[in-house]
Design a protein. Structure first.
Length: 364
């Protein structure tokens, strides 16, 4: 019937401190003793709203309207300060129900504020009471707005974190598949040939065909040398992708992240040196990860050209940097310093533009 306690439930219990006012009010003579029963029922209704499981959601409307009726009755009949109890409902709207402004709970909450504010004008001529009722209404609406915005931002962060985890898993899976294909294509054929050559050489030696066996063993030796070279090539490829391969991978990742990627390159990518290829691939990967994980961008542009070296411009329409101190993207800056490259942030937000310059023929 009831859900288990969660660490975020603490916010619901903080509001319960307000219950001290109607309870002490009874002992102070401000409220009749029988109002303790109404207050107890209000407390139970509030806690039931918080903890009832979805299977018992049919009771929620009754409990919700009771809490509003209690606030209206106590405020209008006894003490206008009971309007503060509307904060209980703000908490429930934002964190328990995650309601929009079109829900019946928000509309009834809004109607309650209007009833409480208008009754303060109708029932008394006291200016301070009028100001207090308006202040509580405005504060309640502001509280709803900012808490709802905080909740939405938290959900976006959680969704982004989940998306990043998915992207990382898919990237790792893609990399494993690529390595598996390379090893299968390279070593599978090689080992088959080595096995056949070995069996053939053994049979030739049994038949005392030593010259033929020697020839097969020499071919076997050459195959093993070639395979060692090919394995080294595979290992080297694991260290970095070519720029063309990296751009293809980025297109896939940006597509998964619902970010529109545009690539404008005037370079002959295949002609770039291994050092430039490796460095550019690393820079592209790092900048792309930052955009996907942190920028909240909808689109991104990558521009590559020659201008006294290799120039990479990375632009996105995301939130960018709040403040530029010169220490941003330090891992990229450190890598670029090894090859006489530099990084410059041309625009820190809306759009964010980062320019990377690499000298061709720089340090290896």
């Amino acid at each position: 019937m009831f859900r288990t306690y969660q660490k975020n439930d603490f916010a619901y219990f903080v509001s319960l401190i307000f219950l001290v006012f109607p309870i002490l009010g009874v002992f102070g003579g401000y409220y009749p003793v029988w109002t303790l029963g109404l207050t107890l029922a209000f407390t139970l209704a509030y806690l039931l709203i918080v903890y009832l499981k979805k299977a018992y959601s049919k009771w929620i409307p009754f409990l919700w309207f009771y809490t509003l009726a209690y606030i209206i009755f106590m405020s209008v009949t006894f003490q206008g300060g009971m309007m503060w109890f509307i904060f209980f409902n703000v908490n429930l709207l934002v964190w328990r129900f995650e309601d929009s402004i079109s829900s019946y709970r928000f509309l009834s909450f809004l109607a309650t504020l209007l009833i409480l504010t208008s009754s303060s004008f109708l029932l008394t001529d006291d200016l301070s009471t009028h100001l207090m009722s308006m202040a509580i209404s405005l504060f309640s609406l502001g509280m709803y707005y900012f808490q709802n915005r905080m909740r939405q931002e938290r959900k976006m962060e959680e969704a982004l974190a989940e998306q990043n985890r998915t992207i990382n898993i898919l990237s790792a899976e893609n990399e494993r598949n690529r390595i598996g294909r390379d090893l299968h294509d390279t070593l599978g054929h090689t080992f088959a040939m080595m096995s056949l050559k070995t069996e053939l050489a053994l049979k030739q030696m049994d038949k005392e065909q030593y010259e033929a066996a020697r020839k097969n063993l020499e071919e076997l030796n050459q195959i093993s040398r070639d395979s060692m070279y090919e394995v080294r090539e595979i290992v080297n490829k694991l260290k970095y992708r070519t720029v063309a391969e990296e751009l293809l991978e980025l297109e896939r990742l940006f597509d998964l992240s619902d970010i529109i990627l545009t690539v404008d390159s005037s370079l002959d990518l295949d002609s770039l040196s291994p050092v430039i290829q490796s460095t550019l691939s690393m820079v592209l990967r790092e900048l792309a990860n930052n955009v996907i994980k942190h920028s909240q961008a909808d689109s991104c542009q990558i521009r590559l050209r020659r201008d006294h070296g290799i120039v990479l411009e990375f632009e996105d329409d995301g939130c960018g940097f709040e403040e530029v101190t010169g220490q941003e993207l330090h891992s990229i800056r450190e890598r670029l310093s090894l090859v006489d490259g530099d990084l410059e942030i041309l625009s820190q937000s809306h759009p964010t533009i980062i320019r990377v310059h690499l000298k061709e023929g720089g340090k290896a």
